[in-house]
Ligand binder design. Structure first.
Ligand code: SF4
Ligand code: SF4
Length: 177
C-alpha cells in the first residue's frame, strides 16, 4: 500500500514561522547561484514572502523551487539563519507526493529503481565490455546483503515511498542486467 501523502498547504503553514523572521534584506539572493544566473525566475528572497502569502490564504506558485541547488550558501549569509534550503526540500517532497515533481523525478528515477533492484544507485557504465566478457550487465550486491538492504529500506519507509512515486510517475525502469 502506498504511503501517506504530504500536504503542501500544511507544509507551507508550518514553514511560516521561518519566513516571519525574514527582513527581505536580499543577502540570500546576492549569493544564490540560481537567483543570480538562472533564467527560470527563481529568487530565494521571494520564497519566504511566498510562504507568508500562503499562510495568509493567497495561493503561491512554487514551480521555481526546483531550481534551487540545495547548496546552503544562503543560510550562511542570512542574519536570522533562516533555513530556506530545508524549506525547499520539504516543499519539493510534498509537491512530489502530488505528482508535481515532473522533470525532477526523471533525474532520480533510475537511481531509485537501481537501488531497489541491485542495491546501488548508479548504473554501471561500459556495459559493452561486460557483455563481451559474458558478465551480468548490471551487477548487484550479494544476495544476502541485498536481502538485508531491502529489509532496511522497508523498515525506513523507503520501499513504501518508492511505491507511491511509481504510482504517480510510472516506474519499474531500471537497466536490465
Ligand atoms: S538573507 Fe535571510 S533575512 Fe535576508 S532576505 Fe534572505 S531569508 Fe530573508
Ligand atoms: S540553497 Fe538554494 S536558495 Fe540557497 S543559495 Fe543554494 S541554490 Fe540558492
Amino acid at each position: 500500500m502506498a504511503g501517506k501523502k504530504l500536504n503542501v498547504q500544511k507544509e507551507l503553514t508550518e514553514l511560516a514561522g521561518l519566513a516571519e523572521k525574514c527582513l527581505q534584506c536580499g543577502l540570500c539572493s546576492s549569493i544564490c547561484p540560481p537567483t543570480r544566473f538562472s533564467e527560470k525566475g527563481f529568487n530565494v528572497r521571494r520564497l519566504s514572502m511566498k510562504i507568508l502569502r500562503a499562510k495568509a490564504g493567497r495561493p503561491a506558485s512554487l514551480g521555481e523551487i526546483w531550481s534551487c541547488f540545495v547548496c546552503f550558501d544562503c543560510l550562511k549569509l542570512c542574519p536570522h539563519s533562516i533555513n530556506l534550503p530545508e524549506a525547499v526540500v520539504r516543499l519539493r517532497r510534498s509537491l512530489a507526493h502530488h505528482g508535481e515533481a515532473g522533470e525532477a523525478y526523471k533525474g532520480v528515477q533510475l537511481c531509485l529503481e537501481n537501488m531497489l533492484r541491485y542495491g546501488r544507485m548508479v548504473s554501471v557504465a561500459k556495459t559493452d565490455v561486460r557483455k563481451r566478457l559474458g558478465l551480468r550487465v548490471q551487477p548487484s550486491l550479494p544476495e544476502e546483503a541485498l536481502k538485508r538492504l531491502r529489509l532496511l529500506m522497508e523498515k525506513l519507509g523507503f520501499t513504501e515511498e518508492a511505491e507511491m512515486w511509481r504510482s504517480l510517475y510510472g516506474g519499474g525502469r531500471s537497466e536490465e542486467g
